[in-house]
Design a protein around this ligand. Sequence first.
Ligand code: SIN
Length: 491
Amino acid sequence: MKNSISTNLADKQLLRNKAYINGCWVEANNKSTISVTNPANGECIGCVPNMGKHEAAMAVDAAFLAFDEWRSLTAKNRSIILMSWYYLIINNLNDIAKIITFEQGKPLKEARDEVRYGASFIEWFAEQGKRIYGEVIPTFDQNKRILTIKQPIGVVAAITPWNFPIAMATRKLAPALACGCTIVLKPSEETPFTALALAELAQRAGIPNGVLNVITGASIEIGEEITSNKKVRKVTFTGSTEVGKSIMSQCSTSIKKISLELGGNAPFIIFDDADIDLAVAGAIASKFRNAGQTCICTNRFIVQDAIYDKFTRRLTHEVSTLKVGDGFTEGTDIGPLINEAAICKIEHLVADAANKGARIVIGGKRHKKGGTFYEPTVICDILPEMEIIHKEIFGPVATIMSFSTETDALNIANDTCYGLAAYFYSRDIGRVWRVAEGLEYGMVGINEGLISTEIAPFGGMKQSGIGREGSKDGINEYVETKYLCMGGIYT
Ligand code: SIN
């Protein structure tokens, strides 16, 4: 695999280095750019415009002007356009996957899976857009009729992270566009090229000018504009709880609708009646997907006393087989971390745990490949005072602690301000219900470590966020319910 991103693409037009506003490819007003690096080798793979407040306002204006025409199309006509976008993405799957691996670092196989996952939101919501029903409510007065209609909110601003450059964008864009909203998307500075490729394909699919806009550049400046601009009616964000709080408070000045998909601290409980082989397979899938860089990655393995040693041994064996490397190298399981800050955070958390008595069973340091590669790690004998079980690790580090009773397990699992995903393994049907109901989490994997799909509601409780993405619920985040009261039926 040569280093240059464009020489590796079958369709070189997918590599766009300008932002996309009102159907045009544009530079920053002051022509400044930011460079994007390949986390596997630190090399610059290209530059995109470093836009700010002014360009963000231009994009919002374009979305605002395009809204009336787009919302006036029938749901079926919007659906046809979205389906053509979907097929274009699927037909260009390999190129988009390569762009993801270049800018994000994940193994090419995982990048391909992400393209399929990302596209599935477009297919799903192209269908769901045709099923946004109002209601006729039995009346309280014979002379009146009571009904509701659902209407698109208006201009939506979406801010998306680097860990899933396509899927985190499409699960916001697709429901918004399907119900008639227009959009300004601000992708992460780390991974803008995937979002720009999506815009290129959206243009080819016939999404009209102004309906979808992609701006790149300075997060704080752009964020301030889109959260304060009165033409923006809804902000949807995936990222850290810290940034989510500040977006929420910025949106409060104009009372915008918000959806937030924030941080997690996923527990993975293994009861002594569990199928250990299944639990270990689920543990690997849930912990090491995307090098541990997902909001729903397991942060804490909580294992019942009687099987603690056995589980630790088995997990460690599986972890020892994981191959670390460049995402383009065949057989790679774990790519690099996104940047130096990510690896420094992990080093700090691992050192804190070790200093407080945790035992590093395997890994525990930077990988000999250098850069931002980190060894797949298992640390056991974790105690409540260790920082590592209170912070989102976001890296390939598995922490293991023990528990005695079901009540202990639930207390430990719920002892966090987060409530995104949780997992547990048990074959006892009564316990399965008790624990599933007792976990304060928006999503629970039961004897399953991989739970993401476009057909189920994704989202969290507590400080893990507001709203749900995907499923039949996801589109409701982009519509307003309007109540109509019709009088004069008889008089
Ligand atoms: C995330 O990390 O926020 C999303 C992970 C997923 O959709 O599976």
